[in-house]
Design a protein around this ligand. Structure first.
Ligand code: 13P
Length: 255
């Protein structure tokens, strides 16, 4: 179908790892290993690492992203970061709705929707995470859960804005567990996400959206996952903190 038309995006989600000096060292290690990549290479880093990270990747093909953003431009929101702040330091991507934020920090589809719209309005690219819990998969409601998240997270997001959206399918049971979804399971849900987008927008819009898989993706399983028609990239946690592993995933996406 249209896989070749979509840009593969391999993004590291560093989570709460690496101080600024450690971030610089890791990016310096990654940069030469991914310089010939035929895909988009992104590192989403803690807020305090952003300035150092943007500086470290100057002149390379690595883009920098944040791990969240607030929907208001400014105001009394202690501890939050606005899209304007992220833009000024040179971030280009923002991870939104990660399951860790949904599970531990009260993130809801309503707040993910607000953040998504604010990020798009600011000209940043959201990587919006969706995924089912193990219990939901066992109850055979994976598709209902995913459809609900897609409908709510993208409520009121225009077809034009969807061109700048990346979606990450991250089954919650596969995150940090070493338990990867099989390539067929990943393909099944990524295809379902695309079908849902086709119903909400159009086939054209759906075909243009990059859909990543995330959840224990590593150098050993990336090629098989990425070979699937609807798996256009990866959002990588643990393996993105090891330069050689991350570079191997980038290579797997570049063929
Ligand atoms: P792991 O790759 O460590 O399982 O994390 C995946 C993830 O949550 C990326 O956002």
């Amino acid at each position: 179908m249209n896989k070749a038309l979509r840009k593969a995006v391999i993004a590291g989600n560093w989570k709460m790892n690496k101080t600024p000096s450690e971030a610089k060292a890791l990016l310096n290690e990654i940069a030469p290993l991914v310089k010939d990549a035929d895909c988009e290479v992104v590192a989403c880093v803690p807020y305090v690492d952003l300035t150092t990270a943007v500086e470290a990747v100057k002149g390379t093909n690595i883009k920098i992203g944040a791990e969240n953003a607030h929907w208001e431009e400014k105001g009394a929101f202690t501890g939050e970061i606005s899209t304007g702040m992220l833009k000024e330091v040179g971030a280009e991507y923002v991870v939104l709705g990660h399951s860790e934020r949904r599970q531990y920090f009260g993130e809801t589809d309503e707040t993910v929707n607000k953040r998504t719209k604010a990020v798009l309005k600011a000209g940043l690219k959201p990587i919006v995470c969706v995924g089912e819990l193990l219990w939901e998969r066992e109850c055979n409601i994976t598709e209902e859960v995913i459809a609900r998240q897609i409908k709510l997270d993208f409520f009121d997001v225009t077809a034009e804005d969807m061109k700048n959206v990346v979606i990450a399918y991250e089954p919650v049971w596969a995150i940090g567990t070493g338990k990867t979804a099989t390539a067929d399971q990943a393909e099944e849900v990524c295809a379902f996400i695309r079908a849902t987008l086709a119903k909400l927008y159009s086939q054209d819009v759906a075909d243009g959206v990059t859909i990543q898989y995330g959840g224990s993706m590593n150098d050993a399983n990336a090629a098989e996952l990425l070979s699937k028609e609807n798996v256009d990239g990866g959002l990588i946690g643990g393996a993105s903190l090891v330069a050689e592993k991350f570079a191997a995933i980038v290579k797997a996406a570049s063929v």
